[in-house]
Ligand binder design. Structure first.
Ligand code: MUC
Ligand code: MG
Length: 377
């Protein structure tokens, strides 16, 4: 393929509303439908690449919503790339950062689509363009988030029985801490001591509440506490991390590499959740991992309930990292009533497997996508 063939002809976006199998609760929102922006990058050679921006319940988890993502792509980001060689990944990222500050989910979706399109054009997996994969599967965590312990126990047991998941992340912070702990206690006693339990409080606690309830989390053998305090409270988070034998994971507190360096030097956590929605691109996600590793932090493959499209982009990057100590939580495709791909990441033996094939290795379910595309947006 010549440079000219790899020129970007168009960047287009559409909003997808995909129902979930059950209600999914977080400290500050709840969803029963996932909203994505699907990005298609068409090259002059006729090859099309796909990327996805995920959100959770509108502009709540982060400041971007599907509506803002689509607007920013159409008005500012797409014009910055049309006519550019898709393979100039770093230069294209600079152009996107000049066209708009932050808007990381939007930028990441476009960059993913360029990796997909260039990989397909060259007959190479996107991982080859990202440095090459050192692993192709990951231990995969499932999130229990209905808030109803009995339902969650049934759900977890089914995952265990089908050898899909044996590590669970329990979403907390939407109920009184005492009720959250009661729910956790019920789940732990039903699932037994061998199952790994992680909790994600999504910023809902104060330092005082965390101090009060950490001993209960320790007693219940929780292996990781994710973002218990508000994102801005880095010093307080460092004090919590110093206080408990349970590793603390930073999520909403770290978007940029500068945030990660700050968290690392504060000792605000010993594990970091890596997400495209925070890093704003695949190459930047690799740099985020490198900075975290330099500070001695371990890596966890975070998600925002992406479909197979967004999950594949994350897994492509994760597969190239020298270490991925905590595996990943890319269960998103399995919580959708229907995934957006006919072929994508696969799940077996408690692991998620990177799709094979050129680019991101996806075959989209175009009929389903058409059906779920928001009209008049
Ligand atoms: C988060 O904060 O980690 C990821 C999995 C899940 O259940 O919620 C998200 C966001
Ligand atoms: Mg989190």
């Amino acid at each position: 393929a010549s440079w000219r063939d790899l020129a970007i002809r168009s960047v287009t976006s559409s909003i997808i509303d995909a129902p979930t199998l059950r209600r999914h609760k977080l400290s500050n929102t709840e969803i029963s439908c996932q909203n994505f922006v699907l990005v298609r990058v068409m090259l002059e050679n006729g090859v099309e690449g796909y990327g996805e921006a995920s959100t959770l319940g509108g502009p709540r988890w982060a400041e971007e919503s599907v509506e803002s993502i689509k607007s920013v792509i159409d008005a500012y980001l797409a014009p910055a790339l049309v006519g550019r060689p898709a393979s100039c990944f770093e230069d294209n990222a600079i152009r996107l950062s000049k066209a708009a500050s932050r808007n990381n989910a939007a930028k990441a979706a476009i960059e993913a689509a360029t990796f997909d399109a260039v990989g397909k054009s060259l007959g190479l997996p996107a991982t080859a363009l990202l440095g090459g994969s050192v692993r192709t599967s990951f231990s995969v965590i499932w999130a229990l988030a209905s808030g109803d312990a009995d339902q969650e126990i049934v759900e977890a047991k089914a995952k265990l029985e089908r050898a899909e998941h044996r590590r669970f992340k329990i979403k907390m912070g939407f109920a009184d801490p005492r009720m959250d702990i009661e729910r956790l206690r019920k789940i732990r006693s039903a699932l037994g001591a061998d199952v790994e339990i992680i909790v994600d409080v999504n910023q809902a606690w104060s330092e005082a509440t965390a101090i009060r309830w950490l001993p209960a989390l320790e007693e219940l053998d929780v292996s990781l506490i994710e973002q218990p305090l508000p994102a801005a409270q880095m010093e307080q988070l460092a004090r919590i991390a110093a206080r408990t034998p349970i590793p603390v994971m930073v999520d909403e507190a770290v978007f940029t590499t500068a945030d990660i360096a700050r968290a690392g030097s504060f000792g605000a956590g010993s594990v970091i959740s890596l997400k495209l929605v925070k890093s704003g691109g695949l190459l930047e996600l690799k740099r985020a991992a490198a900075v975290a590793s330099a500070f001695g932090m371990e890596l966890y493959g975070g998600c925002l309930l992406e479909s197979g499209i967004g999950a594949a982009a994350h897994l492509a990057v994760f597969s190239t990292l020298p270490k991925m100590e905590w595996g990943t939580e890319h269960f998103g495709p399995k919580i959708l009533v229907n995934d957006l791909v006919l072929s994508g990441p696969t799940y077996r033996n408690f692991e998620v497997h990177l799709p094979e094939g050129p680019g991101l290795g996806l075959i989209l379910d175009e009929d389903r996508i058409k059906h779920l595309t928001r009209t008049g947006a």
